[in-house]
Design a protein around this ligand. Structure first.
Ligand code: SAM
Ligand code: SF4
Length: 330
């Protein structure tokens, strides 16, 4: 379905839980967030109803995210149920990778092939520090497990953080020499609870790319203009098996390309990550709304999708987006 600015809204990101087994410093406070009550989390059947309705309006890509999606019980049958829905051409999952080793075979069996793993340091102590307790070895075993299963593509998402992992940019880039991974650097957004703390730690994609290009020759994946993979601009080190991507929500906002809707764990539909406008779907779902009433609500949310976000990352309107990434799903 086209929105009011001729963007084809075909991508739904679903946060299936706001809970997480890590506490990344840039995403969550140490003590975690006040969690949504168990009854307020959408049940899988309710999510599936929203997905069916969205698919009838043109959604063809679905990503499962969180919080940490692999901590929610029943995720494997949920993936299988999504996989069985006609009309979904692209099903993917974003995870921190901690529980991935033990879930990889079941997830593959359930039908998922595309996976994003978030990993901000290749140094065990630094990883432990940024995640407030996570084990790098668990994540590396998870990545190896999805590789062995045959998942493809495997994307490794690295949030670039000044003073934290700016000395590891080449190490991450080198991962693409031997492995067919897509390593994607994401600019740190000053959002939610740790928002202001994040402000001074932002690194622009240009700087990251420059640091890598000083050492390796980077070629755009598609010849002249680098291939866009969603919002990521893709490059390759000559001879490397993988690719390197740059996602620049701060330095180059990509609102004009935005094809996304987001369903939060508590059943709110968001048309823009950076706007707190939400459409409540949980109440209608629980008070017996018809399929056509549900579709109307989704259409209204699409119609209300702003042309671009109004958050100024450098100052006064930062407070506008108060929800945390873990509640929205990134
Ligand atoms: N827990 C899962 C994970 O970490 O992959 C899925 C949810 S997490 C909110 C999704 C993505 O958002 C992760 O790649 C994470 O690094 C990213 N993220 C969280 N806070 C961010 C911020 N302030 N700026 C940029 N990316 C952020
Ligand atoms: Fe959890 Fe992902 Fe947020 Fe880290 S980025 S605290 S893993 S939700």
């Amino acid at each position: 379905m086209l929105d009011n600015y001729q963007r084809d809204i075909n991508y739904l990101r679903i946060s299936i839980t706001d809970r997480c087994n890590l506490r990344c410093r840039y995403c969550m406070p140490k003590e975690g967030l006040s969690q949504i009550g168990h009854d307020d989390i959408l049940r899988y059947e309710e999510i599936l109803r929203v997905v069916r309705s969205s698919v009838s309006l043109g959604v063809a890509k679905v990503r499962i995210t969180g919080g940490e999606p692999l901590v929610r019980r029943g995720i494997v049958p949920f993936v299988a149920a999504l996989k069985a829905l006609a009309g979904i051409e692209d099903l993917s999952l974003t995870t921190n990778g901690i529980l991935l080793e033990r879930c990889a075979a079941d997830l593959f069996q359930a039908g998922i092939r595309r996976i994003n793993v978030s990993l901000d340091s290749l140094n065990p102590d630094k990883y432990h520090d940024i995640t407030r307790g996570g084990s790098l070895a668990d994540v590396l075993r998870g990545i190896a497990a999805v590789y062995d299963q045959g998942f493809s593509p495997i994307k490794i998402n690295v949030v670039a953080i000044k003073g934290f992992n700016d000395d590891e940019l080449l190490d991450f880039a080198r991962l693409t020499l031997e492995n067919p991974y897509q390593v994607r650097f994401i600019e740190l957004m000053p959002l939610g609870h740790p928002g202001r703390d994040n402000l001074g730690k932002y690194l622009a994609s240009e700087a990251i790319m420059g640091a890598i290009a000083n050492k390796y020759s980077l070629s755009p994946v598609n010849g002249e203009g680098a291939r866009m993979d969603g919002p990521a601009k893709m490059y390759r080190i000559e001879g490397g098996r993988g690719e390197i991507g740059f996602i620049s929500p701060v330095s180059h906002h990509f609102c004009h390309l935005c094809n996304r809707l987001r369903l939060t764990a508590d059943g709110k539909l968001r048309a823009c990550l950076l706007s707190d406008e939400e459409t409540d779907l949980k109440t209608p779902l629980r008070t017996g709304c018809t399929d056509s009433a549900l579709a109307t609500l989704i259409k209204e949310a699409i119609a209300g999708k702003p042309r671009k976000h109004e958050v100024r990352f450098d100052g006064p309107s930062l407070r506008k987006c108060v929800k945390n990434m873990s509640a929205i799903g990134g």
